[in-house]
Design a protein around this ligand. Structure first.
Ligand code: NAD
Length: 478
């Protein structure tokens, strides 16, 4: 018996959760349910996180969390419960299988059978944003080596366990050489440990286009958070419907399982919603807790039900579907198919499908880190970069020289183009005259000089080399 935390959520949440639990219990799931309330009512009671500390205690104690979609109230100030849960609980891996159910659910991609493994904690979802000048706001994109190693290893281990043949990595490292560059590099390093699995890397733009056009050429895909967020919805939709896909959020200790769709408030309380997405999440949960036989029974009965043409309104098509059913009737149909297998759709076998146990991340030896300069970011309302350079040059000291000024990343001094559009946000790069700089005192000196000259510095960013390798990007056009 495994104790799990259940949140019935908002909108269609309670109906699809009841249907899902009824099916898995009928299939023999050995679970004890502890229910918590999260979402809209908690938000509206004044808790900006949408969850109470008592509920956190329960989630952390039980470690397995089955969650229905919740409604985030309109208006500012409410924190996304999903993002918070993923990060608090270290749920680094988001797994979304997207498989076509052709010919029973219409899709342009009958042979599609891919799994998107999305990094779930980092990237632009760190949510560290600032307004820096009148005209410019910033969001920090954070990518870490442990984050990359964990997700990439998860993807290869998943492929190995599931007998999948290929892992594809999507990044934009032709532009983001540090952040996406690290993700790609780690992918190449870890791929070598899995010689039996094919590996490849695509630049995300053409990769995404290919995935939308010919998804059957892909198998397992691994990518940073934002790309994975967008593309997993695309993949679920082109496989048939976002209403059919589930997702697993896996961490080293805890895991959360859910549907990928939202709470569809307009459909709530009408016994209309399709419980399949949450059921798919529950099947992943059963596998994760080692109840693989039950997971298999549920999945095969679900496939048979889809094959029978017993469809909820969202996937109902006149010529293919046979009976239009509501949420409860769909659940009953799946239950009556328990023990049966699909005829044409591929039946599943989860013989070897329990939770993956990955080695914990081992911190690498310290690198030789040398300070070689600093970028000063300046709020300045002028328009001629040569003028700014004259002002800024007044502040450089003995150790560093002003090397370059950029505006939104593009070099505008020296030798800028007059055509380049400039905002009020300038990056002034100071680099060492003689390699490594012994300590950071020069930065305080620069800032002090800026204060004296009335230069509005809005932030600084240190320039380092690591083991002699430059740890920062060049200016565009530098
Ligand atoms: P949504 O996914 O809830 O609904 C979009 C449309 O898809 C619905 O109008 C409905 O026609 C259809 N649909 C979705 N799920 C369905 C199902 N199971 N069966 C049948 N039809 C279904 O997206 P939305 O309208 O953008 O968001 C509604 C609320 O859900 C918002 O408050 C949003 O913040 C929240 N949301 C929550 C989660 C989550 O908790 N994981 C995820 C996404 C959105």
């Amino acid at each position: 018996m495994t104790k799990i935390t259940v949140a019935k959520g908002d909108g269609i949440g309670p109906e699809i959760m009841d249907a899902t639990l009824k099916i898995i219990l009928a299939a023999g799931a050995e679970i004890e349910i502890e229910e918590i309330t999260v979402g809209e009512s908690v938000y509206l009671a004044g808790n900006a996180a949408g969850i109470s500390s008592e509920s956190w205690d329960i989630i952390r104690r039980n470690k397995i969390f089955l969650k229905a979609p919740i409604t985030t109230p309109q208006g500012g100030g409410y924190k996304s419960l999903n993002v918070t849960t993923r990060k608090f609980l270290g749920l680094y891996s988001n797994v979304r299988p997207c498989t076509s159910l052709h010919p029973y659910v219409s899709t342009k991609h009958p042979d599609m059978d891919i799994v998107i493994i999305r990094e779930n904690e980092e990237d632009l979802y760190a949510g560290i944003e600032h307004q820096q000048t009148d005209e410019v706001v910033q969001c920090l994109k954070l990518i870490s080596r442990p984050g990359c190693e964990k997700i990439v290893r998860y993807a290869f281990e998943y492929a190995r366990q599931q007998g999948r043949k290929k892992v594809t990595c999507f990044t934009k490292d032709n532009i983001m050489k540090q952040t996406d560059g690290l993700f790609h590099r780690v992918f190449d390093e870890i791929a070598k440990e899995y010689p039996e699995i094919e590996n490849e890397h695509w630049i995300i733009d053409i990769g995404a286009a290919k995935m939308a056009d010919t998804p059957e050429i892909f198998d397992v895909l691994v990518m940073p958070n934002l790309y994975g967020d967008v593309l997993s919805d695309v993949a679920a939709q082109i496989a048939g419907s976002v209403g059919l896909a589930g997702s697993a959020n896996i961490g080293e200790e805890c895991a959360m399982f859910e549907a990928i769709h939202g709470s569809a408030p307009r459909r709530a309380g009408q016994n209309m919603a399709n419980p399949s997405g949450l059921l798919q999440g529950a099947v992943m949960m059963l596998n994760h807790i080692g109840q693989t036989k039950v997971a298999e029974r549920v999945q095969n009965a679900w496939l048979k039900t889809i094959e029978d043409g017993t469809h909820t309104y969202d996937i109902f098509k006149d010529k293919v579907s046979k009976v239009k059913v509501g949420t409860k009737e769909f659940a009953d149909a799946v239950i009556s198919n328990l023990g049966k297998k699909p005829d044409l759709l591929k039946e599943v076998s989860y013989a070897n499908n329990a939770a993956l146990v990955l080695p914990t991340y081992q911190r690498k030896p310290k690198q030789d880190k040398e300070l070689v300069g600093v970028d000063l970011f300046v709020h300045w309302d002028g328009s001629n970069p040569d003028e700014l350079a004259e002002i800024i040059k007044r502040v450089d000291g003995n150790e560093v020289d002003l090397k370059m000024i950029t505006n939104r990343g593009i070099k505008v001094w020296p030798n800028g183009f007059k055509e380049t559009f400039c905002t009020d946000h300038w990056r002034c790069r100071f680099q060492s005259k003689s390699g490594s700089i012994a300590n950071k005192a020069f930065i305080a000196g620069l800032l002090d000089n800026c204060l004296r000259e009335d230069i509005d510095v809005i932030k600084t960013e240190n320039l380092y080399t690591f083991n002699g390798k430059q740890g920062f990007s060049l200016g565009q056009g530098q």
